[in-house]
Ligand binder design. Structure first.
Ligand code: PMV
Length: 315
């Protein structure tokens, strides 16, 4: 039996930053994202007559150490659904690193969906979201389109994403600004752990997220892109404040990240709608409207010659 599934990546407007249960990937807070229309993973799962799994990523056979996270995940899935089959997994990422997005969200969402189809588990979307979450927290949200909220929950069964508006009619585009630098990356898991453990502001973050989730849901219902931008930017800066206030402190920002943040502020002073959101890396995603997008693009290109930009819309 062979089946293929596709999942798109998402960008968190209210970020997930901190796990209260590392193994189950249960977050301390809810989070809220936008699924995009451009960057996706296609994953094929085939049941094979072997006692081990075989994984190909972008047509390359992965070795045991590259494989570890996926093999552990497949073990978890077998345990959850009490079967013994092993798989050949062929995963093609259409999430170029040059676009500045992480592929773990679309990757684990597509893998969960491909196994669901191949094993005919007939999972509901809620169950699929739970299964994807066990691979990567942000993958729980890529099961749905549009605006999606991941409810933190208290155990495996109660932590899943729910759609807020799968087909929003809203004038919102995203410009990803990719800073051309191979930085030594602190994984999101390590970054979260250090922030939870040592930032004196972590408990404030938990309180802040609870109120910002409510505010942004209102802004989404009112299709108020400016308000969505304001809340998203504030939330992203607050998340990065947790890294700077950790002990030892760390940051995902590069000099160009700060430069772009400043530029965005200057654009706003000129009446151009632009707000920043930044994940666990140096790249900046700019929330725009159809009207502001070309102006933002021109301004970024004029000021920074070393960056590439990619436009994404709601998917
Ligand atoms: O799902 P992970 O472990 O890759 O963590 C994602 C963390 C952020 O991208 C920074 C925030 C988020 O909610 O997606």
């Amino acid at each position: 039996m062979t089946r293929t599934a596709r999942a798109y990546t998402n960008i968190a407007l209210i970020k997930y930053w901190g796990k209260k249960n590392k193994q189950l990937k249960l977050p301390y807070t809810n989070s809220l994202s936008l699924t995009l229309d451009r960057f996706y993973t296609d994953t094929t799962a085939t049941i094979i007559n072997e006692d081990h799994d075989v994984v190909y990523l972008n047509e390359q056979l992965l070795n045991d150490s590259q494989n570890k996270r996926i093999l552990n995940y497949l073990d978890t899935v077998r345990k959850f659904y009490s079967f013994k089959d092993h798989f050949q997994i062929n995963s093609i990422n259409h999430v170029p690193t040059s676009a500045g997005f992480a592929s773990s969200a679309s990757g684990f969402a597509a893998l969960a969906a491909a196994i669901n189809e191949t094993k005919q588990l007939n999972l509901t979307r809620r169950e699929l979201s739970i299964l994807a979450r066990n691979g990567s927290g942000s993958a729980s949200r890529s099961i749905y389109g549009g605006f999606v909220e991941w409810e933190a929950g208290t155990d495996n069964e109660s932590s899943f994403a729910v759609p807020i508006d799968e087909h929003p009619e809203i004038d919102l585009s995203l410009l990803s600004v990719v800073i051309n630098k191979s930085t030594k990356k602190i994984s999101s898991t390590t970054g979260m752990e250090n922030s939870v453990k040592s930032s004196p502001f972590y408990s404030n973050w938990v309180t802040l997220v609870a109120s910002e989730i409510e505010e942004i849901k209102q802004a989404i219902a009112q299709k108020d892109v400016q308000k969505i931008g304001e809340i998203s930017e504030h939330n992203a800066m607050s998340m990065h404040a947790l890294t700077l206030s950790a002990d030892p402190s760390f940051t995902y920002f590069e000099p160009e990240t700060i430069q772009i943040i400043q530029l965005i502020k200057e654009m706003r002073q000129k009446g151009i709608l632009a707000y920043a959101t930044i994940d666990a890396g140096p790249n900046v995603k700019i929330i725009c409207t159809k009207e502001s997008l070309p102006k933002v693009q021109t301004c970024i290109k004029q000021q920074l010659s070393n960056v590439t930009t990619v436009v994404a819309n709601i998917g």
